[in-house]
Design a binder for this molecule. Sequence first.
Ligand code: ADP
Ligand code: ASP
Ligand code: MG
Length: 407
Amino acid sequence: MSIIVQKFGGTSVANAEKIHRAARRAIKTKLEGHQVVMVVSAMGHTTDELVALAKEVSKNPPKREMDMLLTTGEQVSISLVAMAIHAAGHEAISFTGGQVGMITDEAHTKARIHSIDGSRIKKHLDEGKIAIVAGFQGVTPDGAITTLGRGGSDTTAVALAAALKADSCEIYTDVDGVYSADPRSVPLARKLDQITYDEMLELASLGAGVMHSRSMEFGKKYNVPIHVRSSLTDTKGTMIVAETKGMEDIVVRGVTLKRDLATVVLQGVPNKPGIASRIFAQIAKHNIIVDDIIQNVYGQGGEASIGFSTTTDDAKEAVTICRELAKEISIKDITVDDSVAKVSIVGTGMKTHTGVAAKMFTALSEARINIKHISTSEIVISVIVDEKDGETALRTLHTAFELDKND
Ligand code: ADP
Ligand code: ASP
Ligand code: MG
């Protein structure tokens, strides 16, 4: 029998009425002859509220305890959704991440899934129940509760869909699909009918909060058809797939803005082999995710500045680590700029088109936006700009690459 995984984000289970609506959708799918697994997030802004509460109690809460706290949000939703299904006369059973054998590594607050025991859920599906799984959480092999990083319920859903060999994974959210830019910042953004895993992975890691970037790694690896759509309507949303029609022709599929970014630069470090490796080994050891690496060599070449961009939160920890490191290697100064943003253009067609970067830089210069740093990969060009210029840069590029227009 076909299996469908349906994920409901926070706004889609924000109150009792929405919980009933989500329950009705799952029941309808079951009555159509499918086995249904629901993955749910914490209600509304619960996770934000729990984060704020933790910060009231402690400036630097232990990550293990943050995970213990934040996972309670999803536990509230799974039980309520199960109750709503029971109230409608159908059978349902809720599970925490640990109960479905969602095993992760030990990186508290941003753990990665190692394995999932699909058989535990399958047994209940075969008994005719709707299974409801808490998003965003897992357990370490030792039983410690972990979370997958903010927005991680998408990853729970796609990973479960892969483990259960589901026919599709439906992501129900508060927008009716993936847009060419965040519709909240770019009113002229257009809904995309299709997008590739690679493009969605890049957009998500560069700030498009509609999907958790790690979910795309599972989507791509296991070829899970993903449908991002609205929980309020029945309109077709966006399909995330391996290949789309004429994908090489679409130069830029979307633009993103990543806020809450900081650059940390170590000035005057010796320009010799081994220094970069020591710095980044320490950073990696603390699970700090480095965005871009920026290196400049001074004057005669004896000294360099080595820097990187990371989230403003991680930047604080990174500075502490670099100060420690300064006791072992010569670092003349550590500078932090925490008012930067990264604006990116993403599209598979970039591989086969020329002049894309030139067009991007011209558009930004015409908008009088100063570029602080540039980075590129096969299907992405990103620039770091002052945070205050971020929104303008986003809209400027959206227009420059004609994303405002209908297909
Ligand atoms: P959920 O709680 O359902 O997981 P999220 O808030 O995580 O929902 O994601 C949906 C939000 O993502 C939208 O409200 C939208 O503002 C934002 N978003 C950012 N970039 C995009 C984009 N390119 N397309 C659609 N939505 C986007
Ligand atoms: N509740 C978690 C968060 O707000 C996970 C999710 O919504 O995907 O980040
Ligand atoms: Mg989300």
